[in-house]
Design a protein around this ligand. Structure first.
Ligand SMILES: Cc1cc2nc3c(=O)[nH]c(=O)nc-3n(C[C@H](O)[C@H](O)[C@H](O)COP(=O)(O)OP(=O)(O)OC[C@H]3O[C@@H](n4cnc5c(N)ncnc54)[C@H](O)[C@@H]3O)c2cc1C
Length: 392
């Protein structure tokens, strides 16, 4: 087992480790340091101990031959018989990664009467679809799904396994990772293959979103990640592609301990996350009254209004318009930003936008690094000019 190890030959019970620990995971008893279950293995105490009495023991790979694992898998989550868009987003990214690794891409699809959905997954880039059609999979029940995933992973040994960070994806992916004893990085915004090691580089906001952390899983397989819906763009499907559909079956004795008595669908409120055109304003807009101009411009092109977080914090706009890490993730066809600097927390919510036009008075504003068109100038003046032209 991995964990914090204390060498009691060296420990003198000085208590420096207790003072350094930010998780209250250490105490001194009988002049020796003791670690409890609150330890998060941050390693601060290891660096603090002047007697080198503390170390972190890392578990070695359970399966020593990692080379047995190959190919990339994507979980094609479905609801009421329709595969969710996030699965197509993951397949598009998976295709790119599989080309880099020169391996196959597979989709995992469970449900009832799903053949035509399986064909769509092939058109979207899957070389294989593992398809299990069974009435017990009609509802997303973790314990049934985990059983199947466990069996499939042990049999086919995928190297990388991607899930959408939906409610169900966030629930089932950690259960699988724990069951097969591998790592899982939640809510990734960037996935890449490391050129030298071939490992999956999984990038996600960390420390309250103040920095982006890139995480790898070198000793266990599969390397697992969840990705928020709307982050990865969907590539054009190719209906002429051919692929293999592999039927798999669920252990006939496996039943859930949960009975679904009734399914009540929550009313889906329209949110900015679904908007195809967004006109978005940041602090550079100068005043709340200028937001009326942003509204007018959005209306004239049939778009919705988005804002950066400070505008919500200042009470100029409502949360339902906020874009970013703590707001909505958007993936419009067109996003026009006015006076938004492009902080990482904001960029985390717009990386799926297909075309970005950014307006900022600062030619070096970070938003320009991801914008397709860059306009340097005063945003209020530019909005007024655009309204005049469009309303003509
Ligand atoms: C944990 C955490 C979560 C966060 N979550 C989010 C989130 O979900 N969404 C979010 O947006 N932020 C979020 N933030 C805040 C984020 O860090 C930034 O502070 C925020 O995005 C900045 O908003 P802004 O670009 O509107 O303002 P600023 O950074 O102040 O930028 C204003 C920009 O306007 C330009 N400008 C000024 N005047 C003009 C003018 N007349 N014409 C044109 N341009 C002009 C400036 O050059 C500047 O680039 C979060 C922060 C933290 C710590």
């Amino acid at each position: 087992m991995s964990g914090l190890k204390i060498d009691y030959e060296k420990c003198v019970g000085c208590g420096l480790c207790v003072k350094s620990c930010t998780s209250n995971a250490l105490e001194i008893k009988d002049k020796k340091a003791l670690v409890n279950e609150k330890c998060v293995l941050c390693g601060i105490c290891v660096d603090t101990c002047p007697f080198n009495a503390i170390s972190i023991e890392k578990e070695q790979a359970i399966d020593n031959d990692l080379s047995e694992y190959s190919n990339i898998w994507v979980f094609a989550e479905q609801h009421m018989g329709k595969v969710l868009p996030v699965a197509y987003e993951l397949l598009s990214k998976g295709k790119e990664l599989s080309r880099k690794k020169d391996c196959k891409l597979a989709a995992i699809l469970f449900g009832k009467d799903m053949k035509s959905e399986a064909e769509k997954l092939i058109a979207q880039g899957a070389d294989k679809v593992f398809l299990c059609e069974d009435g017990r999979l009609k509802h997303n029940l973790d314990e049934i799904y985990v059983e199947l995933f466990d069996m499939l992973i042990k049999k086919h040994k995928p190297e990388i396994f991607l899930f959408g960070a939906t409610g169900f994806g966030r629930s089932v992916a950690p259960r699988i990772a724990a069951r097969i004893r591998t790592g899982l990085t939640a809510d990734c915004t960037v996935l890449e293959i490391d050129k030298d090691t071939g490992l999956l580089k999984q990038t996600r906001p960390a420390f309250g979103g103040n920095l982006m952390a890139t995480i790898i899983c070198p000793n266990h397989r599969p390397q697992m990640a969840t990705v928020r819906p709307g982050i990865m763009p969907i590539q054009e499907p190719d209906p002429s592609r051919s692929g293999e559909i592999i039927n798999v079956s669920l252990n006939e004795n496996k039943n859930s301990n949960i009975d679904i008595v009734e399914e009540i669908l929550a009313e889906k409120a329209e949110t900015i996350a679904d908007a195809k055109i967004i006109v978005s304003a940041g602090r550079g807009i100068g005043s709340q009254k200028n937001l009326a101009l942003v509204n007018r411009l959005a209306e004239s092109i049939g778009g919705n209004v988005g804002v950066s977080r400070p505008l919500v914090d200042m009470g100029w706009s409502e949360y339902k318009h906020q874009i970013g890490q703590t707001g909505f993730t958007v993936a419009p066809d067109l996003l026009i930003t006015f006076g938004i600097s492009g902080a990482i927390q904001h960029l985390a919510g717009i990386s799926g936008a297909k075309k970005i036009i950014a307006v900022n008075s600062d030619p070096d504003a970070p938003i320009f690094s991801i914008a397709h068109y860059k306009i340097v100038g005063d945003c209020v003046e530019i909005i007024k000019k655009l309204i005049t032209i469009l309303e003509k």
